[in-house]
Write a new protein. Structure first.
Length: 89
């Protein structure tokens, strides 16, 4: 059941990124879609949809790989010293 929920959580941003690519492609071919009054607005919305969907997907993968310890040292989360450790210094 958890895998199905994770699939659905990743499916929504994936569809959003695909819609963003479609909006940008239609703008390049001068095909204005219904909810948009101008081509430039359609292209901007396409960029926003693509970046939001792709960013969510990439962040999800980075979070998962950090938990499993499968990322390079460059991408590891830096630990912040606790209050007690800072007082000792």
């Amino acid at each position: 059941m958890a895998r199905m929920a994770a699939f659905i959580v990743l499916l929504i941003p994936g569809l959003m990124a695909a819609a963003g690519i479609k909006f940008m492609r239609d703008t390049l071919f001068s095909n204005l879609l219904f909810p948009f009054p101008w081509l430039w607005l359609q292209f901007i919305v396409g960029i926003i949809f693509f970046l939001a969907g792709f960013g969510f997907f990439a962040g999800f993968l980075l979070h998962r790989d950090r938990k499993k310890g499968k990322v390079a040292a460059r991408w590891q989360k830096k630990t912040v010293p606790s209050v007690e450790e800072r007082k000792e210094v």
